[in-house]
Design a protein around this ligand. Structure first.
Ligand code: MN
Length: 207
C-alpha cells in the first residue's frame, strides 16, 4: 500500500495571519507531497512496502537515506499539521500545564527554551517537546529526522514539534525565524498536545 497525503484538517488560510495561506499551500501541497511521493518510490518493490510509517521511521537508519529523509518528512509534517489549528494558541491546561511548570519553571520559560531549540538548529530541521523516561524534554533534530528514529541523538515520544526549515516560513518571514517561532504560539493546538501527553504517559505507566 502506497502512502498518501491526507488533506489539511483546516483551510489553507485558517492560520492567517500567523502562517499565511500561500506558505500552507506550498508547504503541504508541494513539499509534503514530495516527501510522500519520494517515500513511495524508495520502498516500491522492497520488503518495506508492507511496513507502517512508524516502523519505517523507527528503523530509518538501518533502511536507507531516502527512507530516513522522506519517511521522516512524511511523519513530521503529518504530526505538524495536527499540532496546529485555527482558534488555537493560548496556554496548556491540566496535567500538561503542571508538567511544564514542574520541568521548566514557567510557561514563559518553556516557550523561550523551545524557541531557542528552533533558533539554534543550524540549517534545516525541527524543534521538539518530547517525553523521555516519563519526563518532558526539549530537543531538536536535523533535516527530517525525529526523536522516534533509531538515529536520533535524543530519543523520546514527540508531543509538539515545529518545522524550522526555511520553506515553513520564508514567504512571510524571510530570514526572520525568530518572528515565525513567536507567531507559532498563536496556532499551537494545546488540546492535541495534551492528548499526546496523556497517551504517552499512560504507555509509560503500563510498562
Ligand atoms: Mn516542512
Amino acid at each position: 500500500m502506497a502512502f498518501t497525503l491526507a488533506p489539511l484538517p483546516y483551510a489553507h488560510d485558517a492560520l492567517e495571519p500567523h502562517i499565511d495561506a500561500m506558505t500552507m499551500q506550498i508547504h503541504h501541497g508541494k513539499h509534503h507531497q514530495a516527501y510522500v511521493d519520494n517515500l513511495n518510490k524508495a520502498i516500491a518493490g522492497t520488503e518495506h512496502e508492507k511496513k507502517s510509517l512508524e516502523q519505517l521511521v523507527a528503523n530509518a537508519g538501518k533502511i536507507s537515506p531516502a527512507v530516513r529523509n522522506n519517511g521522516g518528512g512524511h511523519w513530521n509534517h503529518t504530526f505538524f499539521w495536527e499540532s496546529i489549528d485555527e482558534n488555537a494558541g493560548g496556554a496548556p491546561a491540566g496535567d500538561l500545564a503542571k508538567a511544564i511548570h514542574d520541568t521548566f519553571g514557567t510557561f514563559e520559560a518553556f516557550k523561550e527554551k523551545f524557541a531557542n531549540a528552533g533558533m539554534t538548529r543550524f540549517g534545516s530541521g525541527w524543534a521538539w517537546l518530547i517525553i523521555k523516561d516519563g519526563k518532558l524534554e526539549i530537543t531538536s533534530t536535523p533535516n527530517q529526522d525525529n526523536p522516534l528514529m533509531d538515529v536520533a541523538e535524543v530519543k523520546g515520544t514527540p508531543i509538539l514539534g515545529v518545522d524550522v526549515w526555511e520553506h515553513a516560513y520564508y514567504l512571510k518571514y524571510q530570514n526572520r525565524r525568530a518572528e515565525y517561532l513567536t507567531a507559532f504560539w498563536n496556532v499551537v493546538d494545546w488540546k492535541k498536545v495534551a492528548e499526546r501527553f496523556e497517551k504517552a504517559n499512560s504507555l509509560v505507566a503500563a510498562n
